[in-house]
Design a binder for this molecule. Structure first.
Ligand SMILES: [Zn+2]
Length: 528
C-alpha cells in the first residue's frame, strides 16, 4: 500500500469530484462537482480543465480536510515501532508484553514501550520495578505512561543511566520511592530526564522512516494536516529532506520545542510547497492530571498533600522571545493554576503588532477556573483541546478534582459561548490518531456507544464538532483564508467519507470509512 500511496502523491493533477455530498464547513451550500485546479478549489460551476481526472464519488461525503491541532508525529512513528502497552489490564500484562519483545531483540538493547495506565488496573497504585527487573534482566527497559508524563524503568535502565541511590529529583519532577526510600523505578515529569538521555538517539534514516510511517497513519485516518506540538531540529531536517523529494504529503504546522531558543529567534519558515510551516513554539506550564503533575490552585481532592508540579519558570521570557520574533507560542497547561499562570505570562507580554495578531495558544485547557474563561477572549488566546482526553480521563478525573472543580474541566462549550474558536486535536500518540474518536467524543461525551455521557452539558452539534477539526484548527495556524472550508480559491485539502457525518446515526461516527484524503489537490490516500 505504501508504494501505491507514493505513486498517487507524486502525480499532481487537476481533479473533479463528481456526485459528492458536500459540506462546505460554513452555512453556504454547494451544488455540482468540486473542481480542483492547481491545488485549489475552483468556483462552483467551473468547467473542468482538459486532462482533469474525474472521480465519481457515488454520493460520498466530502468535507474540508480534517486537521489534528495537537499531535506528535515522531512520537506516533516511534510508538508504532515500540512495545504497545495501551489497554494492558494489569502490570503483569505490561511485563508479559515486554518479555515478548525482549525475545525479538539482542541482549543489552533498549526496549522502549508506551501506553500503560494504572488507572485501568484492578490495583491502580503506581507500579514498582521489581517484577519487571526480574522478568527482563538483560535489557534496559523504559516504559512511558499513556500521558507521557511518567515512566517506569527496570534495574538495567537505572544502571545504564548511572543513577545513584541518593539521586535527587530536579524541580518539576519526582522520583517515586518505596517504604525503604529506594526508587520504585517510576519517574514523573522532569525526573524522566534522569533516564531518557541514556537511550541512544536513532540514526537519521530511522527518524525519517518513523515520521513517514506516522504521516501515512494520519493520511489513512483522513487527516490532511497535523499541528506537531514540539519538534526537534533533527525531526525538521528529516521532514524537509522528505519534502524536498516529494515524499512528504501531510500538511504539517510545526512548533519548535521551547529549548531551541536559537531556532525560535530565527523566526518563521515554510517550505517552497507550503506543506511544512514552522511558525510556532511549544512550551510547558505543568504535567498531566493522571500522574498528579497538573498544577492546581487548590490541592488534589484525592491527594491533599499536592497541588501538582509547576513548570512555569521562564514562561514570561519565552513568551517575549516568541512575540519578538513573530512566533506563535503554544503552552501546555492542564491544571487551573497552570492555565492562569500562562494567561498571566501572556498578559505581561509586549506585542509590537498587537496581541490579536499573535494568536498565542494554550494547549489542553483541561481545567479552567470559572473566572479565567473570559480572559481567553480578552487576551485573544486560542484554546486548543482534545475531546478524547475527556472520555479517557473522566472516569477518574472527578476523584482528582472533586465535584466542584469538574465544572471547569473539558469545557469547550464555555469557550464557544464566548465566541471563541476551539481547535480540536487528539494529542496522539497519547490518544488514538483516529479523528473519528474525537468527533464522537465531542458530540456525545461518551467513551463508547451504550455508555452514559460524561459531560452532557458539553455535547456539541455535529457541525460544531467538525469545525473544531477543520476551520477552528485552521484559524489556530493562521490559515483561515487557505484551509478549513470548501470555497473558491481555498487550498484543496479534503476528506471524503462513505457517509454524511452530519446526519448518520451517532454510533456510525465511529465506523464511517475514509475513502479519500486529498492534500493540496493531490490524492494522498485512497481506500482500496
Ligand atoms: Zn501533546
Amino acid at each position: 500500500m505504501l508504494a501505491a500511496l507514493l505513486v498517487a502523491a507524486l502525480c499532481p493533477q487537476d481533479l473533479v469530484l463528481a456526485n459528492a455530498t458536500v459540506w462546505t464547513g460554513t452555512d453556504a451550500a454547494w451544488s455540482g462537482p468540486i473542481v480542483v485546479t492547481g491545488g485549489r478549489i475552483a468556483a462552483p460551476g467551473t468547467t473542468a480543465p482538459a486532462g482533469a481526472v474525474t472521480r465519481d464519488l457515488g454520493g460520498a461525503f466530502v468535507m474540508p480536510g480534517l486537521q489534528d491541532a495537537h499531535g506528535h508525529l515522531l512520537g506516533l512513528g516511534t510508538a508504532l515501532e515500540e512495545v504497545d502497552l495501551v489497554g494492558a489490564r494489569s502490570f503483569a500484562e505490561v511485563v508479559a508484553r515486554v518479555v515478548a519483545a525482549s525475545k525479538r531483540s539482542k541482549k543489552g538493547e533498549w526496549i522502549v514501550g508506551r501506553g500503560w495506565d494504572q488507572n485501568r488496573w484492578s490495583d491502580p497504585a503506581m507500579p514498582e520495578h521489581a517484577e519487571l527487573s526480574r522478568a527482563v534482566p538483560d535489557h534496559p527497559v523504559w516504559l512511558v505512561r499513556v500521558d507521557g508524563h511518567a515512566a517506569i524503568g527496570n534495574a538495567a535502565a537505572m544502571t545504564a543511566a548511572k543513577l545513584q541511590k541518593d539521586v535527587v529529583a530536579p524541580s518539576g519532577g519526582e522520583i517515586l520511592r518505596d517504604g525503604r526510600g529506594e526508587p520504585t523505578g517510576v519517574f514523573v515529569d522532569l525526573a524522566m530526564a534522569l533516564v531518557t538521555p541514556a537511550i541512544p538517539d536513532p540514526p537519521p534514516e530511522v527518524t525519517k522512516r518513523r515520521l513517514q510511517r506516522a504521516a501515512m497513519e494520519c493520511l489513512r485516518h483522513g487527516l490532511t494536516c497535523v499541528h506537531d506540538a514540539g519538534v526537534s531540529p533533527e525531526a525538521v531536517a528529516a521532514m524537509r529532506s522528505l519534502d524536498d523529494v516529494g515524499e512528504w504529503r501531510l500538511r504539517s504546522y510545526l512548533m519548535w520545542s521551547a529549548r531551541h531558543t536559537d531556532r525560535i529567534a530565527a523566526g518563521p519558515w515554510q517550505s517552497a510547497d507550503g506543506l511544512l510551516q514552522l511558525r510556532a513554539v511549544k512550551g510547558y506550564a505543568d504535567g498531566a492530571l493522571g500522574s498528579y503533575g497538573a498544577l492546581l490552585l487548590e490541592p488534589y481532592a484525592d491527594k491533599p498533600s499536592s497541588r501538582g508540579l509547576p513548570m512555569t519558570a521562564g514562561l514570561g521570557d519565552l513568551a517575549q522571545l516568541c512575540a519578538d520574533h513573530g512566533m506563535q507560542l503554544c503552552v501546555h497547561a492542564i491544571g487551573d493554576a497552570a492555565n492562569r499562570a500562562v494567561l498571566d505570562a501572556y498578559a505581561a507580554t509586549r506585542f509590537e503588532k498587537g496581541r490579536e495578531a499573535a494568536r498565542f495558544r494554550i494547549e489542553h485547557c483541561q481545567v479552567i477556573h470559572p473566572a479565567d474563561f473570559a480572559r481567553f477572549e480578552e487576551l485573544h488566546v486560542v484554546p486548543s483541546m482534545q475531546p478524547t482526553h475527556l472520555t479517557s480521563d473522566m472516569p477518574w478525573a472527578p476523584a482528582r478534582l472533586g465535584s466542584k472543580r469538574v465544572v471547569g474541566a473539558y469545557a469547550w462549550k464555555s469557550f464557544h459561548a464566548l465566541g471563541l474558536p476551539v481547535a480540536f486535536g487528539s494529542d496522539f500518540p497519547v490518544e488514538g490518531v483516529d479523528p473519528r474518536l474525537g468527533i464522537y467524543a465531542a458530540v456525545t461525551t461518551r467513551a463508547r456507544p451504550g455508555t452514559s455521557p460524561l459531560r452532557p452539558d458539553q455535547q456539541l452539534s455535529r457541525e460544531r464538532a467538525l469545525r473544531g477539526f477543520t476551520s477552528d484548527a485552521a484559524f489556530a495556524m493562521f490559515a483561515e483564508n487557505e484551509l478549513g472550508v470548501i470555497a473558491k480559491g481555498m487550498r484543496a485539502d479534503l476528506t471524503v467519507f462513505d457517509r454524511d457525518l452530519r446526519t448518520c446515526p451517532e454510533d456510525e461516527l465511529l465506523t464511517a470509512r475514509v475513502l479519500l484524503t486529498i492534500v493540496d489537490g493531490r490524492i494522498a490516500y485512497a481506500a482500496d
